[in-house]
Design a binder for this molecule. Sequence first.
Ligand code: FE
Ligand code: FE
Ligand code: ZN
Length: 279
Amino acid sequence: MSRTILGCHLSVSAGFFAMGEEALSIDANTFQFFTRNPRGSKAKAIDPADVQRLLDLLEKEKFGRLLAHAPYTLNPCSKDERVREFAAATMADDLERLRYLPGAMYNFHPGSHVGQGIDVGIELIAKQLNDLLDDEGDTLILLETMAGKGSEVGSTFEELKRIIDLTEKKERLGVCIDTCHLNDAGYDVKNDIDGVLETFDKVIGIERIRAVHVNDSKNEVGARKDRHAKIGEGTIGLEAILTIMRHPALKDLPFYLETPNDVPGYQEEIKLLRSHLDR
Ligand code: FE
Ligand code: FE
Ligand code: ZN
């Protein structure tokens, strides 16, 4: 039997081991969490004993890789230098903390160029990455594909490729595709996932995709909005989501749900998806 690596977004507030237990209780074999309050406030100190209990559980239960998500309010390519410095300091601190969690990947939103133009945005992001990756660790950093609302950078594969090209330690970089964001950015994942992934392969190289956020969308293709829907309740729909998750280029990657759900809601979605996918 092959078991899909599937989980959802969980809250770190009760600690690391508690997230592992919560994931297990809803039949997840991976999960995502925010490294700190999404507004970017100070993170709680790591309790090494708590993290070790989680690591033991992950190994015993054969979990897939965890995904740590940076606060989505950070803007590494802000016009305001202090905002950029705050993003740099926060991400550096996150990476420092993630050294306690070997194997976990670190996902972030590239940022919004807020009127400076896409070229300046891309350069600022790459500069931050080059500074950030000058660390002692080996955490894999994922750039998330964005929906393209406002002046978001990273809603096209070409933009992500340019960021990667300007980064020195490319071996530390991957991409997390988000099905809702792809849809909202204008990539027709519902009707043509083959074509979308072929384009990704041509522009970036398919092996860069290291994780998938599985979300339905409240919007039509190309709406540039970013509003997630529950699986089967959006414009992408259950059948297309299953086709995406079964795609040969994606099926062995970790999938994380970020649908508007509480934990029992996630449990239902995981059950539904596993009933179709796990054989
Ligand atoms: Fe995200
Ligand atoms: Fe996402
Ligand atoms: Zn989103």
